[in-house]
Design a protein around this ligand. Structure first.
Ligand code: SF4
Length: 472
């Protein structure tokens, strides 16, 4: 059977697209490869949101050329935002790329995989697999750390795209230019896809959209709150979550609806970007700081236990010291459990790319102060978990230490714990809910000890054998 390797950069929208392609590939008769050197089709799902992501994608294309040189039957496909943006340039810079599919061409890509399957199967039948894999392994100078759609636990989390594109045109963002304006999917289609993930063993389903809470059913006008309530009513759905909302679209009605859905994970990502009204206007964010704080207040009122996380850009063109201090003041209140913080980087094709830039040393100095303030808030949030037992969904062996398991709490905190002696991949994929006693807190997450394992979120679970600790 031909094998496909999918490497994903960027946001959850790309994760969802990769999952769609993996599903299409599986139904067309492909196996999912764990490593690029084992695959007949290599897929790079790319991102353009930051300059760095773009450079990494081109670097990865060059790495994959080694595999194509070793085996000319291997096909390299680039999909995602960079494919949309750089389609013509890519043919010149990376002529070894066999096919390019933009963000609106997923179905065509799935169809192409079906077309390719018989030829790849025939080529594989004529090949001594192990020799080729060995030869490729010798040639592998591959680096990179992007997530591949591969492991035994990936089916536990299902991604469902509720809308494509965005119509908001923030002045720093390339998304509306490469993904187009809002295109909302009908509720029925979304619910069918959620149900399909649940039937395939997903314990948690994430609704994904660039501005997910702006979703409206194209025919009925039902809103995001209605969608979450309808999804939660599907039989067997254990946990529901979503990314990324826009502060402007959190009406009181939507937030009140969310409060009626017990399956929702207790966290919301509320991208601030800046705490200064002048910067919010220049960014075309469509809310003021006071309006942002009203949304926070609504969330605290209706969803008092929910963690709020955010995105912040430092050094946006025109940012003065006072603008930055306004952002820093808000972060110092500790309102955010965590934050993705970035120094502004130019995105070709966006208005802000043409504006006068803040000197790099000024942005770096501000960034360091912001990170310090947010790290203190994040650490304080994690400290509050010390000594408690948290129910987590397994992610798999820790990438840094194979004797440990990585897990995620419902509020998206990473908790690392020693692998219990009865660890077995298939067993833990069937019973993936782990109760972990939190023993230490860090900025990046927590460490702890797994004490129970359960098949369903709502079950109390069975005790897990503890690792023997030698005191000698
Ligand atoms: S809301 Fe702004 S930042 Fe988010 S996808 Fe739309 S344009 Fe980009």
């Amino acid at each position: 059977m031909p094998r496909i390797y999918i490497e994903t950069f960027g946001c959850q929208m790309n994760e969802a697209d990769s999952q769609y392609i993996a599903d299409r590939a599986a139904s067309a008769g492909y196996e999912i490869a764990a490593k690029p050197e084992e695959a007949n089709v290599l897929v790079l799902n790319t991102c353009t949101v930051r300059d760095n992501a773009e450079r990494r994608a081109y670097g990865r294309m060059n790495h994959f050329k080694v595999l194509k040189d070793a085996d000319p039957d291997v096909r390299l496909v680039v999909m995602g935002c960079l494919a949309e943006q750089d389609r013509d340039r890519m043919q010149q810079v990376a002529p070894h790329v066999d096919a390019v599919f933009g963000t609106s061409e997923l179905v065509a890509f799935g169809d192409r995989l079906t077309e390719w399957q018989p030829a790849l199967q025939a080529a594989q039948d004529d090949t001594v697999d192990d020799d080729v894999a060995f030869e490729r392994a010798l040639l592998m100078p591959l680096g990179g750390s992007a997530d591949a759609v591969t492991d035994a636990f990936s089916h536990l989390r299902g991604f469902v795209t509720v809308q494509r594109g965005c119509s908001y045109y923030c002045t720093f963002c390339i998304v509306p230019h490469v993904r187009g304006r809002f295109d909302h999917r009908p509720m029925r289609e979304i619910l069918d896809e959620v149900a399909a993930h649940v039937a395939s063993g997903a314990r948690e389903v994430m609704l994904v959209g660039q501005t997910v809470n702006a979703w409206k059913d194209p025919a009925t006008g039902e809103d995001f709150g209605d969608l979450c309530k309808a999804a939660a009513a599907l039989p067997g759905l254990e946990r529901l979550t979503f990314i990324s909302p826009h502060p402007k679209d959190f009406t009181e009605k939507v937030i009140a609806d969310l409060a009626t859905v017990p399956q929702l994970n207790a966290r919301v990502h509320l991208p601030l970007q800046s705490g200064s009204d002048a910067m919010l206007r220049r960014m075309n964010r469509k809310y003021t700081r006071a309006q942002f704080e009203e949304k926070v207040e609504l969330i605290h009122r209706y969803l008092p236990d929910w963690a709020i996380t955010t995105d912040i850009i430092v050094g946006f063109p025109g940012e003065s010291d006072d603008d930055f201090e306004a952002t820093l003041d808000l972060v110092k209140t500790g309102v955010f459990a965590n934050a993705f913080m970035f120094i502004y980087s130019i995105r070709r094709g966006t208005p802000a790319a043409r504006w006068e830039q803040v000197p790099a040393e000024v942005s770096s100095a501000r960034f360091a102060r912001l990170v310090e303030a947010q790290n203190a808030a994040t650490r304080a949030y994690h400290d509050r978990k010390l000594g408690t037992t948290v129910r987590c969904l397994i992610q798999g062996p820790s990438k840094k230490d194979a004797t440990k398991l990585a897990t995620k709490t419902l509020d998206n905190v990473t908790v690392i714990a020693p692998m219990p002696p009865d660890y077995d991949e298939a067993l833990y994929a069937r019973e993936p809910w782990l109760d972990v006693v939190v023993e230490t807190a860090h900025v990046w997450g927590c460490t702890g000890r797994i004490v129970r394992r359960a098949e369903r979120y709502a079950e109390s679970g069975a005790p897990v054998a503890q690792p023997v600790i030698s005191l000698l």
